[in-house]
Design a protein around this ligand. Structure first.
Ligand SMILES: Cc1cc2nc3c(=O)[nH]c(=O)nc-3n(C[C@H](O)[C@H](O)[C@H](O)COP(=O)(O)O)c2cc1C
Length: 232
């Protein structure tokens, strides 16, 4: 099993430590984990050139930093995105990477392998905001085609992992154990549900009448998705 983790922060605070708990519970001897810490391992801000959409992802000026992460995502069975809540949203560094994956959204060129993966989004906040963070992270995974997405948000009531109360850490450990056992049943054993299938079919209709972006349309045609084939 392959797990890829995109950390929306560099430091090892509450968010990192909760993700680490999940990794400990989810991995076996044969698990390979690839971790990317943003912004160090990721691209700088999207410049809005549209090259990825209309010329191809290799034409992105930041392709050399985006593509190794994109490949690791494609090769994974479980995709984990984590972020502390910053002013009611995800961290800017994670958003910066996700912007570069716009070309992989279902209206453009979703990767066929995404439709068999499991996703997990994790966020922490001092007081409030994990729902907002996780909602946006889940949206990204959904539009990449990931059919089964779990979320774990925790209001830790602290600015650092060291100052999270021991009883809260115990509760976190219990919750993580329970959710990890649920998640592990579905890794390498997932198919799209009605929502993903419906969205994919709407996108197929869009692509059939696409007269503005041949790069996207060819992707759909090459995969056989303009006729009856599906990626699942
Ligand atoms: C720039 C910034 C903005 C923040 N915004 C919020 C917020 O909107 N809501 C909240 O409850 N906590 C907010 N926090 C606190 C963190 O989300 C919280 O302490 C989190 O658990 C930190 O995770 P970490 O230890 O992984 O860095 C903010 C922290 C920073 C640095």
């Amino acid at each position: 099993m392959n797990i890829v983790v995109l950390h929306g922060q560099m430091h090892k605070g509450s968010t990192y430590n909760i993700t680490k708990l999940f990794l400990d519970k989810l991995s076996t001897d044969s698990t390979e984990i690839k971790e990317f810490f943003l912004p160090a391992d990721g691209p700088t801000f999207c410049v809005g050139c549209f090259n990825c959409f209309v010329k191809g992802e290799d034409k992105c000026p930041h392709a050399s930093t985006v593509q190794p992460i994109a490949k690791a995502i494609e090769e994974s069975d479980l995709v984990i995105l984590d972020s502390p809540c910053y002013v009611y949203g995800m961290s800017g560094q994670l958003k910066t990477f996700l912007d570069h994956m716009g070309y992989r959204w279902m209206p453009h060129r979703p990767h066929p392998k995404m439709f068999g993966k499991v996703g997990l989004v994790i966020s922490t906040a001092a007081g409030a905001g994990t729902k907002q963070v996780n909602k946006t992270l889940k949206n990204n995974l959904f539009f990449w085609g990931v059919p089964r997405i779990y979320n774990y948000g925790k209001t830790v009531g602290a600015l650092s992992w060291q100052t999270v109360k021991p009883e809260k850490k115990l509760a976190i450990e219990k919750e993580v154990t329970k959710l990890a056992s649920k998640i592990s049943k579905h890794i390498c054993n997932t198919k799209p549900g009605i929502k993903t299938k419906f969205m994919f079919r709407i996108m197929r209709l869009n692509q059939k009448s696409n007269d503005w972006n041949p790069v996207d349309k060819n992707h759909w045609g090459d995969n056989g998705w303009l006729s009856k084939s599906n990626p699942w």
